[in-house]
Design a protein around this ligand. Structure first.
Ligand SMILES: Nc1ncnc2c1ncn2[C@@H]1O[C@H](COP(=O)(O)OP(=O)(O)OP(=O)(O)O)[C@@H](O)[C@H]1O
Length: 307
């Protein structure tokens, strides 16, 4: 298990991390989201041990990250780190050897991952001749050839086409199925929502919300979607039920969002049915993007580069 506890980090007067804590469990796909400048890259570099925190701790399986533990981590840096004038295959073999693999194992791992990631036909090409998306696949292969026990990936999906996203997500899923925790940052919230077991929302250097998407969605004031005839006059006033939003869809439907505030959903449904047909009645499940906006917009100050 990866445990991040109370990390602080400043660059001069800029406070990049302000007491960040969270944990990532075995086999978990953990999405790390936050506005630009929220502190994600800084936290990932500290997890990997390439940047020192001012205070706080990172432990991986109860050990502080040092040279030996760092070798267990597959890292994909945001700025990428490939040698542009080296051939794809040679480069991956070289990186695996740097990790301590003998050349035959490094070669078979290179062959396996380039095949998996759909870049086997580019093994003999210079990295710089590949498209950015394919270079990203090579970068992921570089993080995989050393058989990592933990993967830390900074925006691995940015700029990828949907097919490449599918290929990479399937590879990462395969790793989590083997029990490897994968933590990745992304601004593609629909993708994070689709892929991740748990999500952490970072704002101003701290983790402000963490959990499964369902946990993040949980609220004490649930909302329901109610769709009736456009001319439905059902009033909920006598129940004290709020209707924060309503609109006519086409010329036949009225879609309302209702919040029961103390009533259960069924009493709203009964009231609506007493007045006419109900075409849809369901709990409203906000998307991660909405949850993210709510959390970030309630932060004391908008995210900015110089705090
Ligand atoms: N080397 C540095 N020197 C000075 N300030 C830095 C340095 N690296 C990061 N910062 C600042 O630290 C804060 C956190 O930056 P960081 O890159 O960790 O954010 P991020 O969440 O990864 O952002 P993004 O989503 O834009 O990649 C920002 O205010 C940034 O300007």
């Amino acid at each position: 298990m990866l445990v991040i506890e109370d990390l602080y980090k400043s660059y001069g007067t800029v406070k990049a991390l302000d007491g960040m804590s969270f944990q990532v469990h075995p086999g978990e796909m953990f999405g790390f989201v936050g506005s630009n400048g929220a502190g994600k890259t800084t936290a990932m570099r500290i997890i990997l041990g390439v940047l020192a925190s001012d205070s706080g701790s990172v432990t991986w399986n109860d050990r502080k990250v040092d040279f030996a533990t760092r070798k267990e981590i597959g890292y994909m840096p945001e700025e990428r780190g490939l040698y542009p004038r080296m051939k794809v295959g040679e480069q991956l073999i070289y990186l695996a050897q740097l990790h301590g693999d003998p050349v035959d194992k490094a070669t078979s791992d290179m062959e396996y991952w380039t095949e998996k990631l759909g870049i086997a036909h580019r093994r003999d090409d210079l990295v710089q001749t590949l498209s950015l998306g394919n270079q990203q696949r090579v970068q992921l292969a570089a993080a995989l050839v050393s058989e990592p026990k933990l993967m830390v990936l900074d925006e691995p999906f940015s700029g990828l086409d949907p097919v490449a996203v599918d290929v990479m997500s399937e590879v990462l899923r395969e790793k989590t199925r083997e029990g490897v925790p994968v933590i990745f940052s992304s601004h593609q919230l629909d993708l994070v929502e689709r892929l991740c077991d748990r999500v952490g929302i970072v704002s101003q250097g701290a983790m402000v919300s963490v959990g499964t998407i369902d946990e993040l969605r949980h609220t004490d004031t649930p909302e329901y979607i109610l769709v009736t005839h456009a001319d439905s006059r059902t009033s909920f006033d006598h129940l004290g039920v709020k209707v924060p939003e309503q609109r006519i869809e086409g010329d036949r439907m009225k879609r309302r969002i209702v919040t029961p505030e103390g009533f259960d959903g069924q009493s709203i449904l009964r009231t609506a049915l007493a007045d006419g047909p109900v075409y849809e009645f369901s709990p409203r499940r906000p998307h991660l993007e909405e949850l993210f906006r709510d959390v970030v917009s309630t932060a004391p100050d908008a995210e900015k580069d110089n705090r």
